[in-house]
Design a protein. Structure first.
Length: 397
């Protein structure tokens, strides 16, 4: 069935179709309509779940941690400073290897206060041990939410589904709703695994020693160091599970599932623009315009920011003359986080293309198609160079 509705509604329907069992909710703009929609599904009986309003974002994730530890399929959502308030629990959920799914409706971080979109909130959490997958349109939102539960429960790592506040959360566009039986089939091979059971009482995540040692049964248990090493190795392997999930999704639903990235006109491109989220679609429009002018340019939309698909990306970008990275986030004192990742991936090639970083759209700053066109055209016409620090697009001062 096709409907026209908001990105937040698309996410809520995805959660309902995945049959989430525990939903923790605390309002923060622009994600609030998502959890409000879920409350209506629960109240009407469309979703058999425990809907738990809490007193803070920190508590929201704490509820999910407790629920997931008992084997319940848990979900929450947040934005901006709400995500930052969760920060302690974000680390805890990943370290405990709990398959929680959380939508992060990207919004600028205060101070100064802003309710508009950029990617500083989720990018600031990139080292917490969560898988991060970005959606660029409403169809990707609903499909990614469904797949996120399968991915999380397969690799036992929590997943953030990130999408742009207002630009996607509140705009209304068409998207297709999968059939419930299709979703049930897709998720039939996975389920949360209970860690806590009344018949087998235990303590979880107690103080861990620096060195491996036997437990009370004599089994050698990993130290804190090995636990972190295991999470890193499993996170890297999760790239294969993300791709496998996408292929299985396509077999069942008949449309492309989650991938690590989406190339557009990249096969013969001399220049490639790289971005995440809805900005990628704007860049694709500009690429079409520049192609008509005889400029061989492509766009690479990054879907998985964690795990970052370094080797695969390097293979696509290696033959380009120049790479322009557009992002709505900044790592203060250095450059945009995505630009850093792209440069690190290309460094493995020994001889890498020139990479230029562009910062734009922070705090919802308007991004005009004409601006993108002029910047990209200028980038392609001039000899490629390794620009540092990044250039800021749209500054008025």
């Amino acid at each position: 069935m096709n409907i026209i509705d908001s990105g937040n509604t698309a996410a809520a329907i995805g959660v309902k179709l995945a049959r989430a069992q525990v939903i923790a909710a605390y309002p923060i703009t622009p994600q609030t309509p998502l959890t409000e929609k879920l409350s209506k599904f629960v109240e009407s009986g469309e979703l058999d779940a425990q809907y738990i309003p809490v007193e803070s974002e920190h508590s929201a994730l704490a509820v999910c941690i407790g629920a997931s530890s008992t084997g319940a399929r848990a979900f929450t959502a947040t934005s901006s400073n709400g995500l930052l308030y969760m920060h302690e629990q974000v680390h805890w959920a990943a370290g405990a290897r709990l398959p929680i799914v959380m939508c992060v409706v990207n919004r600028a971080v205060g101070a100064p206060w802003s309710i508009w979109n950029d990617h500083q909130d989720s990018m600031s959490q990139r080292d917490t041990g969560w898988i991060q997958i970005h959606a660029a349109d409403h169809q990707q939102i609903i499909d990614t939410v469904i797949q996120a539960f399968r991915i999380a429960e397969t690799v036992k790592i929590p997943v953030m589904v990130c999408y742009d506040g207002y630009l996607l959360s509140h705009t209304h566009t068409p998207f297709e709703i999968p059939e419930q039986q299709q979703v049930d089939k897709f998720l039939s091979s996975c389920s949360p695994s209970p860690l806590l059971e009344p018949s087998n009482p235990m303590n979880l995540n107690t103080v861990t020693m620096p060195h491996a040692r036997p437990d009370t049964d004599g089994n050698r248990m990993p130290s804190y160091f090995e636990i972190r090493k295991n999470l890193q190795e499993d996170m890297i392997r999760a790239a294969e599970d993300i791709e496998a999930s996408g292929k299985e999704f396509e077999k069942i639903f008949g449309r492309k599932g989650v991938s690590l990235f989406e190339p557009y006109l990249c096969n013969d491109a001399d220049y490639i623009a790289v971005s995440v989220g809805s900005l990628s679609r704007r860049l694709m429009v500009v690429a079409d315009m520049l192609r008509e002018a005889g400029i061989a340019i492509g766009v690479l939309e990054i879907r998985a920011f964690r795990p970052f698909p370094s080797e695969r990306l390097a293979g696509i970008l290696a033959n380009a003359k120049g790479i322009a990275v557009f992002e709505k986030a900044i790592s203060y004192g250095h450059e945009g986080p995505l630009a850093s990742e792209i440069k690190a991936a290309l460094q493995k090639l020994g001889s890498s293309p020139a990479v230029s970083g562009f910062i734009l759209g922070l705090g919802g700053k308007t991004i005009k198609t004409e601006q993108l066109h002029n910047v990209l055209k200028d980038f392609c016409v001039k000899p490629p160079c390794r620009d540092f620090p990044p250039k800021w697009i749209g500054s008025e001062m």
